[in-house]
Design a binder for this molecule. Structure first.
Ligand code: AHR
Length: 502
């Protein structure tokens, strides 16, 4: 059976905020050290940044980059990470049982963003696990105040004359999680987040602040947590955060392929909770969503491994270095589609993470850097997913999943660029069948197919590795046609598709 939908410029979701294509650099494993930063690497610049990695980061098209954690931020002492490198202390990082050398810190992070280019924006987290209002204010003064105070002058003394201008701030990380150092109840966190936000706004009312939502929709406290936190912070913050990671459980690939069903319901449930609190407060303001950690993550094997072999405080160990298959990339693409389909309320999103740690870019110390399978859907979505999201309601054949019941085989969205061109992003979840697709194009003035690119492979487990870094890449699909206002395409089994029309 054919899957169908209609595109019409009269029916839209909303504009895509460039921040939807954000990412995340945490002091975790080799994301920073031997990931983006490796002074001894043959491609390193004067700042120790790997140019081979920088080139891939630019090609990936990331925008906001969240830093320095993650769970790491709940033990973060920002002042350890600034000033002369030789004076910076080594610290225990409780979150990842590693040793943090502080060789890379705040100033290096800002320099890294500058090297990526103007599209890269800082998204800084403050420590609300083991610290509070005072330290958040000190960090803000050091980072953003122009000059003439103790901490802004210290930044200048450290070599950063210009303030960093950090506009987007996360008020802690996953404070609902019992694994978080300094974990809090919703009431405790809500009060602390409110007072931190109020104080930070006393320095600069123009900041954009993200309150911690739940670490996942399956948390016992989900929704009640958001409601309690928002009752305290509604007028003081702009965003509530969402985090979600997906993996196949007990080999259930069919449910894994439908992971975006969960992601979309998570988004819709958080929107409903935000709007419920807004209604109760009789507020005209809308809280937006910062989906500031999302990805495919093989978390269960990692948890088993670290329970059996706890780390003994190594420096930059190989941690969470998941290798992604074609199947993973198709699920990943579907998660991107879920974010785009909710672009009216999800206005920040961060792919967790950027390099080596559950990442689209991998590196070898002293060796090469390469693109994982997940690199391609992200780069294509960031390049062609800018503009206005059109409302897509699919009429699709379905399949049965253990976790989500009946799910559509087709998952799709479409984005109309400023120049009127339209890009359809579509995933075929069938593992065995090609899915015929027909899209009725109403009033869009489109006449031809520019390109149909697909990521699919005869071997769904194919991946890019150190030994074979270019095994998987998108390929061109022939035969996709636009005639008499209808787009006709064939979506290969288990595929991520980008169809560009003009
Ligand atoms: O991204 C890896 C970890 O996942 C982050 O540190 C934490 O916030 C989440 O649990």
């Amino acid at each position: 059976r054919t899957a169908r939908f209609t595109l019409d410029p009269a029916f839209t979701v909303g504009d895509v905020n460039p921040r939807l294509f954000g990412s995340f650099v945490e002091h975790l494993g080799r994301c920073v050290y031997t990931g983006i930063f490796e002074p001894d690497h043959p491609t390193a610049d004067e700042a120790g940044l790997r140019q081979d990695v920088l080139d891939l980061v630019k090609e990936l098209g990331v925008t906001a980059i969240r830093y320095p954690g993650g769970n790491f931020v709940s033990g973060y002492k920002w002042e350890d990470s600034v000033g002369p490198v030789e004076d910076r202390p080594r610290r225990l990082d409780l979150a990842w049982r590693s040793t943090e050398t502080n060789r890379f810190g705040l100033s290096e992070y800002i320099a890294f963003l500058k090297k990526i280019g103007p599209q890269a924006e800082p998204m800084m987290a403050v420590n609300l696990g083991t610290r509070g209002v005072a330290e958040a204010l000190e960090l803000q003064e050091y980072a953003n105040h122009p000059a003439g105070t103790a901490l802004s002058d210290l930044r200048i003394e450290h070599g950063d004359k210009d303030p960093f201008g950090i506009r987007l701030w996360c008020l802690g990380n996953e404070m609902d999680g019992p694994w978080q150092t300094g974990h809090k109840t919703a009431e405790e966190y809500g009060r602390l987040a409110a007072e931190t936000a109020r104080a930070m706004r006393q320095i600069d009312p123009g900041l954009e602040l993200v309150a911690c939502g739940s670490s996942g929709q399956s948390m016992d406290t989900f929704a009640e947590w958001e409601a309690t936190v928002l009752k305290e912070t509604y007028d003081l913050v702009d965003y509530i955060s969402l985090h979600a990671y997906y993996e196949p459980v007990d080999g259930d690939v069919d449910s894994f392929l439908a992971s975006a069903v969960d992601m979309e319901s998570f988004i819709e449930n958080v929107v409903a909770t935000c709007d419920h609190i807004g209604a109760r407060l009789k507020s005209k303001k809308k809280i937006n969503l910062s989906f500031d950690e999302w990805n495919v993550w093989y978390l269960l094997p990692h948890q088993k491994e670290t329970e059996e072999n706890p780390l003994d405080w190594p420096e930059a160990p190989r941690l969470l270095e998941d290798s992604y298959s074609v199947t993973d990339a198709v699920v990943f693409g579907s998660l991107l589609i879920a974010l785009l389909r909710h672009a009216d309320r999800v206005t920040v999103a961060c792919l967790a993470q950027l390099v080596n740690v559950i990442a689209p870019i991998m590196t070898e110390p002293g060796g090469p850097a390469w693109r994982q399978t997940t690199f391609f859907p992200f780069a294509q979505a960031s390049k062609y997913g800018r503009g206005e999201v059109l409302d897509v309601r699919v009429d699709s054949p379905t399949y049965e999943t253990k976790k989500y019941g009946e799910a559509d085989l087709l998952h799709a969205t479409a984005v109309r660029a400023e120049d009127g061109s339209v890009t359809v992003f579509a995933v075929n979840r069938s593992r065995t069948e090609t899915l015929p697709l027909e899209v009725a194009l109403n009033g869009l003035g489109l006449s031809s197919v520019v390109e149909h690119s697909a990521l699919a492979d005869a071997d769904p487990d194919a991946r890019n590795t150190l030994d074979d870094p270019e095994r998987v890449a998108p390929h061109a699909v022939e035969g996709t046609a636009l005639t008499d206002g209808t787009l006709k395409a064939a979506l290969e089994p288990l595929s991520w598709n980008v169809i560009r029309l003009r």
